[in-house]
Design a binder for this molecule. Structure first.
Ligand code: HEM
Ligand SMILES: *[C@@H]1O[C@H](CO)[C@@H](O)[C@H](O)[C@H]1NC(C)=O
Ligand SMILES: *[C@@H]1O[C@H](CO)[C@@H](O)[C@H](O)[C@H]1NC(C)=O
Length: 461
């Protein structure tokens, strides 16, 4: 997921030294092993981290790919790793041989989100969590939320009218509220203020140094985490007494027969908020930018949305309405491709693996580079151009993976697309906007985002 660049910063140096010698020795003694992929490891311990940081990370990956091909090795932040950027290799790592590559995160991130959260888990426990999460986020379960999601969208847009706002900031409020709706159902309003307050403290420590002393950001984050767990325990015990009839994520977790512990539920609820909020908010921010820069696309989307607005008369927006937005869907797909907000993900080889004649040694990180695949000129001609019409033809398998693929792919993708469509419906039919200041830069926080979160002014039509 998101933990990318700061990834192994704090992995003990000794571990690298140990690994370095171990690898060197193992190659000396066993000459029959296939060679490592091409590429340079840079200086031991420091690796190529400086190159990675001294430029746009995507430039770093692209120039490496140009030089060495679609599989190459490098060394970032104390970890030797193999980067892969072909659809075939991504399929190998994420889908067909996913059992050979486990998810991997720095320990401090695990502690913050919760050790028992779905991203970090494997095997049976992962399969069980996945079943419960998918049950809550499949189309049949989220259909009934459409009218409430629309009210949340209307409320968010209304509160931004006429003011100079940061698009990302406003979208984060929207996606947070939708996440709480999908987790706690119509009860969400009861807890949202307390949860928000704690979650904001928690996320501030997210990219901090994991030093747990009083007063540090990390320590404050861990405190906020405990407070969230306390609020959740209260909600859970109320639900156990009242037994309300709900179809939200909390209900799915609580109704599991084998039973999740309160702690497991808390870890996964915090995890889902994390996975759902900034991701979807960055995509929305990019869409607002691309629509602003492409008036003919905006015009076409607006016409499609106005037709739906006329068709629904006084009724609330429905799930069926959201299935009549082909052009809007292509705009979302093209934004997911161009912006590729998750440039890549992380795995770790659980044993020595051979791929295409190369060795991926046990313990090495493996990074499928989604962004490189999405920006390959062979797959998407003129890749830097924003052109939704390219999705009139369905992309080939494993060439377009904004939500990943395989056992850990995004279970929230239907909800993400739904809430984006609902917001665009309101935005394009009722508002016009302009971008304030230059909008060309990109920042990583950790998801790719237009510079400064895209300041805009929004006016009612
Ligand atoms: C446009 C917004 C989103 C994007 C681009 C996105 C992308 C992704 C990707 C690429 C992965 C797989 C990471 C990997 O294989 O290492 C993932 C996993 C996940 N996503 Fe999303 N996501 C989005 C929104 C959401 C939403 C709205 C939710 C929840 C409601 C969600 C919940 C999750 C969860 C729980 C996982 C972990 C699944 C597992 O480990 O089995 N995501 N997401
Ligand atoms: C904050 O730091 C203090 C001192 O190290 C420690 O005792 C306490 O448990 C920490 N708080 C949390 C929530 O981890
Ligand atoms: C995921 O992998 C399977 C097997 O290769 C493939 O059929 C499917 O299209 C892939 N999904 C995406 C989103 O590319």
């Amino acid at each position: 997921m998101a933990f990318h660049f700061i990834f192994c910063f704090f992995a003990p140096i000794f571990f690298s030294i140990f690994l370095y010698h171990l690898l060197r020795n193992s190659f000396k003694s066993n000459r029959r092993k296939p060679p490592l992929p091409p590429g340079t490891l840079g200086w031991p311990y420091i690796g190529e981290t400086f190159q990675l940081y001294s430029q746009n990370p995507n430039v770093f990956f692209a120039s490496k790919q140009q030089r060495y091909g679609s599989i190459f090795k490098t060394h970032i932040l104390g970890c030797p790793c193999v980067m892969i950027s072909s659809p075939e290799a991504a399929k190998f790592v994420l889908v067909t041989k996913s059992h050979l590559f486990k998810p991997t995160f720095p320990a401090s991130k695990e502690r913050m989100l919760g050790k028992q959260a779905i991203f970090f888990s494997q095997g049976q426990y992962h399969a069980k969590l996945r079943k419960l999460v998918l049950r809550a986020f499949m189309p049949d379960a989220i259909k009934s939320f459409v009218p409430t999601i629309e009210s949340i969208a209307q409320h968010s847009l209304r509160s931004s009218e006429g003011r100079l706002v940061t698009a990302f900031h406003e979208m984060k409020t929207y996606t947070f509220n939708v996440a709480l709706l999908s987790i706690f159902g119509e009860d969400q309003m009861l807890y949202s203020e307390d949860l928000k307050r704690c979650y904001y403290v928690l996320e501030k420590g997210y990219n901090s140094m994991p030093i747990n002393l009083p007063g540090t950001l990390f320590n404050k984050s861990m405190k906020a985490r405990k407070e969230i767990a306390r609020i959740l325990a209260k909600i859970i015990s109320t639900r156990r007494r009242m037994k309300p009839d709900c179809n939200d994520l909390l209900e799915s977790f609580m109704s599991d027969k084998e039973g999740l512990t309160d702690e497991q539920i808390a870890d996964n609820i915090i995890g889902v908020i994390f996975a759902a909020r900034d991701t979807t908010a960055s995509v929305l921010t990019w869409i607002i930018k691309y629509l602003g820069e492409n008036p003919s696309v905006l015009q076409a989307v607006t016409e499609e949305q106005e037709a739906i607005m006329r068709g629904r008369q006084e009724q609330k927006l429905s799930w069926e309405d959201t299935k009549k937005m082909p052009l809007t869907s292509r705009v979302i797909q093209e934004t997911l491709r161009v912006a590729s907000i998750l440039s890549f993900t992380f795995r770790e080889a659980v044993e020595d693996v051979e791929y295409e004649g190369y060795l991926i040694p046990k313990g090495w990180k493996v990074l499928p580079l989604f962004r490189n695949i999405h920006h390959s000129p062979e797959i998407f001609p003129g890749p830097e151009k924003f052109d939704p019409s390219r999705f009139e033809v369905a992309p080939k398998p494993n060439t377009f993976m904004p939500f990943g693929n395989g056992t850990h792919s995004c279970p929230g993708n239907e909800l993400a697309k739904l809430e984006i469509m609902v917001l665009l419906h309101q935005l394009t039919t009722k508002y016009r906007w302009h971008i304030v200041g230059s909008s060309s830069g990109i920042q990583y926080g950790p998801f790719a985002l237009p510079q400064n979160g895209l300041p805009i002014r929004l006016f009612r039509k």
